[in-house]
Ligand binder design. Sequence first.
Ligand SMILES: CC(C)(COP(=O)(O)OP(=O)(O)OC[C@H]1O[C@@H](n2cnc3c(N)ncnc32)[C@H](O)[C@@H]1OP(=O)(O)O)[C@@H](O)C(=O)NCCC(=O)NCCS
Length: 201
Amino acid sequence: MSAAVGCGASSSLSRGGGRADEGGEIAYVSYGGEQHLPLVMSLVDAELSEPYSIFTYRYFVYLWPQLTFLAFDAKDGKCVGTVVCKMGEHRGAFRGYIAMLVVLKPYRGRGIATELVTRSIRVMMESGCEEVTLEAEVTNKGALALYGRLGFIRAKRLYRYYLNGVDAFRLKLLFPRPDPGLPPMMTGSERDDQQMDSPYL
Ligand SMILES: CC(C)(COP(=O)(O)OP(=O)(O)OC[C@H]1O[C@@H](n2cnc3c(N)ncnc32)[C@H](O)[C@@H]1OP(=O)(O)O)[C@@H](O)C(=O)NCCC(=O)NCCS
């Protein structure tokens, strides 16, 4: 039986506890090549419950390197978080998908996951995606709160989705479409003003 891709979190979900220097700077970079692969793999292997093979990682980072981001502690260069995604046609829609998201425990609660996810979603929007989805364990309060804050809704419950027998929620974020109700003579900047309430623009 193969593992379900999509954010099965390990049972330990503590937040903060022994946080790293709160004020320390975090540097965000998009996937830059083979030197980043072991960093992504060790973070995900340590924190997510689903076991992924190197072929799964390669599938994502080779085909959509622009949708994988890494967060580094600028002080010592340690990799402290990552997000791995893909995008493509799905049932007639062009859709983004968040496969993996992890932040090291001492660095949680500082907005790092939010920044990683927001960066990926921006690239998806710029690439023409209409929506983005992911799965999260129904017991993963932290991830559900994070994605809820970002505007994701619970679209479906998937029974025993993970190898550990836990159900998943499929979460979905629909991107705002150009409003056909806007007056045709509206200028570009007027139109932009009306859409500025999206955190991804
Ligand atoms: C889930 C996870 C990625 C969050 O990372 P993070 O950097 O701490 O998240 P952020 O700081 O960006 O959190 C943003 C918001 O999400 C919510 N949130 C995040 N973690 C939370 C938790 N454990 N409990 C409650 N709310 C939480 C909060 O609303 C938070 O905003 P606030 O700090 O202003 O209250 C991290 O806990 C983790 O790596 N967990 C293990 C792996 C995992 O579960 N991945 C997701 C699989 S779908």
